[in-house]
Design a protein around this ligand. Structure first.
Ligand SMILES: Cc1cc2nc3c(=O)[nH]c(=O)nc-3n(C[C@H](O)[C@H](O)[C@H](O)COP(=O)(O)O)c2cc1C
Length: 331
């Protein structure tokens, strides 16, 4: 059965979603995920205060492209009026939906009283969500965690209350705020939410899915409507096509060749430069190389080169070198 968000977004059967990730899920990275079959993506979280101050950094994060659809813009904030205004601004760029972040565990200035903090005040969270829903014609979705800590795992109640004020899908990261990213994600409570007979909206499971096997096992075990993947896709956007292929055929797709890794890395680099300009594009790409070539023997030496070069032609030359060395028959 096809999973739908609102009346217009049809995600097909058992969609895979790219998790919003600060400094990662930007347009260049989203491009390579889309090439690999992801069904739905989100921007990284955007500060509602930054948006209404028209801060350049926040505004740039609103950049979305036609080929990315369906795409959601994720916003966060601690003040209801600010969130309402930010919703209006974000809706004007024409995403397919607005997502609210109630999961960010960070305590810095931007996140104070925002993100997962709202899990400590469900009344305010509900009022904020209602304000966002009323401020836009687009569907509103939410991403959150199991609760604040081990003693207050309140996502069951959160799901009901947010559905009641009009959210159209809920993604749940199977950790509490206190856990940050430690320990293992626990999806039992996500299944409880999904089994709640009152819940009608799609429930997406998130946390620690990093292989085809796990995706297949957790799909069955936890009964979710789709899976959201974050860290495992960094430097490995192929995870989407591999999982989708398995669900379609029951067979494992072999992993990417070196030539493919290089090709996708080049595309990512080119998109990065096109979107951010040469200097920043090259600089921000540096954090991705190690991930693209994980597990390749003696890659360190090449990585050192890749992260020190400032000229795009030189970087392509090193990528050529890697290709010739590790996959001579393809080069
Ligand atoms: C580098 C990084 C940045 C993140 N930024 C965001 C964000 O902007 N918004 C959000 O809702 N979650 C953010 N998260 C959390 C992820 O969306 C996701 O919930 C978490 O990583 C667990 O999923 P995973 O195990 O598949 O990575 C971030 C996670 C990482 C690792």
């Amino acid at each position: 059965m096809s999973v739908k968000i609102g009346n217009h977004i049809d995600l097909g059967e058992f969609p895979l979603l790219l998790a919003p990730m600060e400094d990662v899920s930007d347009p260049p990275f989203r491009f390579v995920c889309k090439q690999n079959g992801v069904d739905m993506m989100y921007t990284e979280f955007i500060s509602s205060e930054g948006l209404i101050r028209a801060a350049a950094k926040s505004r740039q994060k609103l950049d979305i492209f036609e080929y990315e659809r369906p795409i959601g813009i994720q916003i966060f904030g601690s003040d209801i009026d600010t969130m309402r205004e930010a919703t209006v601004i974000a809706s004007q760029v024409g995403p397919d939906l607005i997502d609210i972040n109630y999961g960010c565990p960070v305590k810095n200035v931007a996140c104070r009283g925002a993100g997962a903090s709202l899990l400590q005040d469900i009344d305010k969270m509900t009022a904020m969500t209602k304000a966002v829903v009323e401020a836009t014609h687009l569907p509103v979705t939410v991403k959150t965690r199991l609760g604040w800590d081990d003693n207050t795992k309140n996502v069951y109640e959160v799901a009901e209350r947010l559905q009641d004020v009009g959210i159209q899908a809920l993604s749940i990261h199977g950790r509490t705020r206190s856990q940050l990213y430690k320990g293992q994600a626990d999806w039992h409570l996500i299944r409880e939410v999904k089994r709640n007979p009152r819940i009608r909206i799609p429930i997406f499971g998130n946390g620690d899915v990093d292989s085809v096997e796990k995706a297949a096992a957790w799909r069955m075990e936890y009964e979710v409507d789709g899976i959201m993947i974050g860290r495992a896709s960094i430097g490995y956007p192929w995870i989407f096509r591999e999982i989708k292929h398995f669900f379609r055929t029951g067979e494992y797709l072999s992993g990417p060749t070196i030539a493919e890794r290089i090709a996708v890395c080049r595309t990512h680099l080119e998109k990065s430069v096109a979107w951010k300009g040469e200097k920043t594009g090259i600089f921000e790409m540096r954090r991705h190389y190690a991930n693209y070539f994980k597990g390749i023997p003696h890659f360190k030496e090449y990585r050192m080169k890749l992260v020190s070069l400032n000229d795009i032609a030189d970087i392509h030359a090193v990528l050529d070198e890697i290709n010739e060395l590790f996959e001579p028959e393809v080069a």
